[in-house]
Design a protein around this ligand. Structure first.
Ligand SMILES: [Zn+2]
Length: 283
């Protein structure tokens, strides 16, 4: 755990952080009546409704789709995204909003607050999750990694005719959501696949291995978040803990943890850093 690794920790919230955030408040806010809505500086997209119209509606069951959270109200709902630097916290005594607090949903059970220094996050109202602004934003998302339909056969079929490197196909999120940069690197390592491999060259058995590795990697991140995070306000701390345990990500120049004599390489694909072992990860 040298200090050189600490410098790569800041990153945007990925699917596991969003899911852990959801679990941190979904049950506590469910059934609560909205008492007030407070907006700070503009976020990535406008709210799309008069905030006063949300008052007196009660909150339903908060769900997640990809990196979006859907907070249903009696009439419509709010689609939330943490962007590059956002975090959501729910508490009964949030205090006065600070300069980076740009959305407060004040309810009878507590206040849900979005803190987002870079303001790439968003809270967008929609009539329903599958219509209006939410419908547009969620259209085109790939399968959820824990959806039983996401398996080797699905992955193999989706990669047919795709000439891009497999790492990039995973990052696009149109086949499966959640395989962000760290998790894509780790999953490819677990599946022993060279991240530069052309997508349409992956055999069906290797797709099986990769689908399983994506699921296992994200499950591991979720477990870690659930077991180590007490203060869910810091979703970035969770990505940091996962990186500390990463088997290949961030380990350029170190020997491969498989002990195969390989030295982890760092390359750049689509402007994102990729880490892999040239010995055990094959094309
Ligand atoms: Zn290796």
């Amino acid at each position: 755990m040298g200090s050189h690794r600490a410098s790569i920790i800041p990153g945007m919230p990925e699917l596991p952080e969003v899911e852990v955030t959801r679990r941190s408040f979904a049950q506590r806010i469910q059934g609560a009546r909205v008492e007030a809505v407070r907006l700070g500086k503009p976020l990535r997209w406008p709210l799309g409704v008069d905030p006063a119209s949300l008052v007196a509606q009660s909150v339903g069951e908060v769900t997640r789709r990809g990196k979006y959270l859907w907070l249903p109200l009696e009439r419509g709902g709010l689609l939330m995204h943490l962007g590059m630097s956002g975090s959501l916290a729910f508490g009964t005594d949030p205090g006065a909003p600070g300069p980076h607090d740009h959305f407060d949903l004040v309810t009878q059970y507590g206040t849900l607050r979005l803190t987002d220094p870079r303001r790439f996050g968003a809270v967008v109202w929609s009539q329903a999750q599958d219509s209006g602004a939410a419908g547009k934003l969620l259209a085109g998302l790939g399968l959820e990694p824990f959806d039983p339909a996401f398996d080797g056969a699905h992955l193999h079929a989706a990669l047919r005719g795709r000439r891009v490197a497999i790492k990039q196909a995973l990052l696009e999120g149109s086949i499966v959501v959640g395989a962000g940069n760290i998790y894509a690197c780790e999953a490819l390592f677990e599946a022993r696949i060279d991240p530069r491999t052309r997508s349409d060259r992956l055999s069906r058995p290797r797709c099986e291995a990769l689908a399983a590795a994506v699921r296992e990697t994200l499950a591991r991140a979720l477990d870690l978040g659930g077991s180590t995070l007490r203060d869910f306000r810091d979703a970035h701390g969770m990505a940091g803990s996962f990186q500390q345990q990463a088997r290949v990500y961030g380990r350029a120049g170190e020997p491969c943890v498989r002990g195969d004599g390989g030295v982890v390489r760092r390359i750049v694909q689509g402007q994102r850093a990729t880490f892999f072992c040239p010995v055990c990860q094959r094309r």
